[in-house]
Design a protein around this ligand. Structure first.
Ligand code: KG4
Ligand code: ZN
Length: 342
């Protein structure tokens, strides 16, 4: 790197918590120099979901080539890096370990600091990659395959969980319904696709709102309602329209997410909502929130779809803000599969 560029912060971000091996090189928190994602979706598809042992093996195979490709595309070497940021939880333990041990070894060998990143925090930080001018306090609706959280985000690294799911995550419910409908894995994008041909009013699935004022979620009963509807029809020898079921269930999930987000906005009076996580890529969710929030003068921010699902760029972005605070991990950093946000 040239002398004049030494004040630049160059972060290599690495993600291996589930079924994507990804690495990205980010300059000064905003300039994405490279972004490589090796997805294992086609490998897991034949099993209808992620098989943890296969995921770890695939990460081991792809880790080094993915990191090398990210550096090559950025035209940098390890020596040019300011730090290496890696997801250490939550996620599948075997998958996390591949990333954590690999990142640790590379950072140690290159003589650069290691930064441990919470995957949930990184999903939220994906918003900072494309919108650097975000002003605190912020509200975040994190909707992924494993989590559904409403979060008050008051300053970098300062979170209060206002509500979370008591059972299934939104993405998990979409995945399970999609599997029952024979739509394959991952279910969310399949539901979105087939719902376009269906009638969202065809079935009135329940919207679980829990106690009045609660910001918690519950998607398990909603999912069971779909499965019961399908089973009853099967017993009567009837065939139901898959697009209608998909559209009606997607609508029910989006309705709950939107109503809870509006309640959190009313309670906190925060003026900006960040969408985050894989389900944040959902078009109906984005459009409905866009519309509802505009009516209330609240700004909606969401990442491009590629930065909603698991990716290395969001790890590098979160890593940049940790780097600015000098928040580095010890060499004893370990994978924490059940890591929470706070
Ligand atoms: O954030 P993510 O990639 O992984 C976790 O950290 O869990 O989220 C994956 C989840 C899956 O449940 C997937 O079905 C869902 O995000 N998803 C979607 C869409 N794209 C991904 N759900 C609804 N609509 C989408 N377009
Ligand atoms: Zn994720």
């Amino acid at each position: 790197m040239m002398e004049s560029q030494k004040s630049n912060v160059v972060i290599l971000g690495i993600e291996t918590s589930c079924d994507e091996t990804s690495a990205a090189v980010l300059l000064n928190g905003r300039d994405l120099r490279s972004h490589v994602i090796s997805s294992q979706i086609t490998t897991h598809q034949k099993y209808g979901g992620v098989v943890p042992e296969i995921a770890s093996r695939e990460h081991s195979l792809h880790f080094q080539p993915v990191v090398q490709q990210a550096l090559n595309e950025a035209k940098l070497t390890f020596r040019d890096l300011s730090a290496i940021a890696v997801t250490y939880g939550p996620g599948l333990v075997g998958s996390l370990l591949v990333g954590v041990s690999g990142a640790k070894a590379m950072a140690y060998a290159a003589g650069v600091p290691l930064i441990g990143i919470n995957h949930l925090e990184a999903h939220i930080y994906a918003n900072f990659l494309e919108h650097q001018d975000l002003k605190f306090p912020l509200l975040a609706l994190l909707v992924s395959g494993g989590h559904t959280h409403l979060i008050l985000f008051e300053a970098h690294g300062q979170y209060t969980v206002l509500g979370h799911t008591r059972d299934d995550a939104a993405g998990e419910a979409l995945d399970k319904v999609a599997r029952t409908l024979g739509l394959g894995y991952p279910g969310g994008p399949q539901i979105q696709r087939i719902a376009q041909e269906g009638d969202a009013q065809a079935f009135n699935f329940p919207r679980a709102m829990l106690e009045p004022g609660s910001l918690d979620f519950s998607f398990s009963g909603m999912k069971s309602a779909v499965l019961n509807t399908l089973n009853s029809a099967r017993m009567r020898g009837e065939t139901l329209s898959v697009p209608d079921i998909a559209a009606s269930f997607q609508q029910a999930v989006v309705d709950v997410l939107v109503r809870k987000a509006l309640l959190a906005i009313k309670e906190t009076r925060v003026k900006t909502l960040l969408l985050a996580g894989g389900v944040a890529a959902n078009r109906l969710l984005r459009e409905t929130l866009d519309h509802k929030l505009a009516e209330k003068g609240v700004c909606l921010v969401y990442p491009s779809p590629i930065f909603c699902t698991d990716n290395g760029a969001m790890i590098a972005t979160a890593g940049y803000y940790h780097y600015l605070k000098g928040d580095f991990a010890p060499w004893t950093l370990n994978a924490v599969p059940g890591l929470g946000l706070v």
